[in-house]
Write a protein that binds this ligand. Structure first.
Ligand code: NAP
Length: 256
């Protein structure tokens, strides 16, 4: 169990919570007392995460939900179902849903480009907007919205024109949201992972991973829990003077 209980009585939403980083974030927030809504395109994987969440701290009440973050209707339905069940919107939201559909620029199909933008960029917009609208409407005094970008959004990556564009996009989205929403007490920040061991990076060819690891000053890939620790910091009042920021969690990859 985490040494602190920063999220007791806090309702939190994690998209992409059925796998990888989203699952680790759900576990981290629950370990500090949060009630977690684990939302994923696959309700089964969200339920699987739910089974591994701590729930013995005061008033914890978790929920799994299916959502397609790229659909406005689906996102609206999710936020409505949260408010129906908890009588409040989540005051912490972590946008961890994401996909890759890699191909070299010269070969990439329009559909591959569009789908990655729809899920990673538009999905982050739709969830951020819906949660912020609900927080503002109920006069909540504070909120923290965290979006998973990527170091690739800053430096580019072979075969990932769509993904890199989507991740650069979420940084611009987050900085703008931070400026617009700070007057409502809502902070918005990005976390930029490098190479983290999750089902997403299992798809990367072994020889590329070996090359990447050799470029990481800390000499290894990161663990989802190491990204979750930074998300928990940004979700908590420990980061109360941080908004519009992007924090790299890369083991030093591409410093400078
Ligand atoms: P992951 O293990 O594949 O988890 C992503 C989750 O999002 C999966 O459960 C996925 O479901 C779900 N998802 C996909 N499309 C969705 C949609 N339309 N609506 C709702 N949920 C959807 O990936 P991860 O590595 O944990 O990545 C989490 C976030 O960190 C992503 O935004 C990713 O881009 C970012 N990131 C990861 C790394 C890394 O090295 N792993 C590095 C930089 C940034 P399916 O499995 O069914 O698609």
């Amino acid at each position: 169990m985490a040494a602190t209980s920063r999220f007791i009585s806090r309702l939190t939403l994690v998209t992409g919570g059925g796998s990888g980083i989203g699952r680790a974030v759900s576990q981290r927030l629950a370990s500090e007392g949060a009630s977690v809504v684990v939302a994923d395109i696959s309700e089964d994987s969200a339920n699987e995460t739910l089974e591994h969440l701590q729930n013995d701290l005061r008033g914890q009440n978790h929920m799994a939900a299916a959502v397609d973050v790229s659909s406005k209707e689906s996102v609206k339905k999710l936020v409505t179902s949260i408010q129906t069940r908890y009588f409040q919107p989540p005051s912490v939201c972590v946008n961890a849903a994401g996909i890759t559909q890699d191909d070299f620029l010269l070969n990439m199909e329009e559909e591959q480009f569009d789908r990655v933008i729809q899920v990673n960029l538009k999905g982050s917009f739709l969830v951020t907007q819906a949660v912020a609208q609900a927080l503002v409407a109920c006069g909540a005094p504070k909120g923290s919205i965290i979006t998973l970008g990527s170091i690739v959004g800053k430096v580019g990556n072979l075969g990932q024109a769509n993904y890199a564009a989507s991740k650069a996009g979420v940084e611009g989205l987050t900085r703008t949201a931070a400026k617009e929403l700070s007057r409502f007490g809502i902070r918005c920040n990005c976390v930029l992972p490098g190479f983290i061991s999750t089902p997403m990076t299992e798809k990367v060819p072994e020889k590329v991973l070996v090359k990447m690891k050799s470029l990481v000053p800390l000499g290894r890939m990161g663990e989802p829990a190491e990204v979750a620790d930074v998300c928990a910091f940004l979700a908590s009042d420990d980061s109360r003077y941080v908004t519009g920021a992007s924090i790299e969690v890369t083991g030093g990859l591409f410093i400078g």
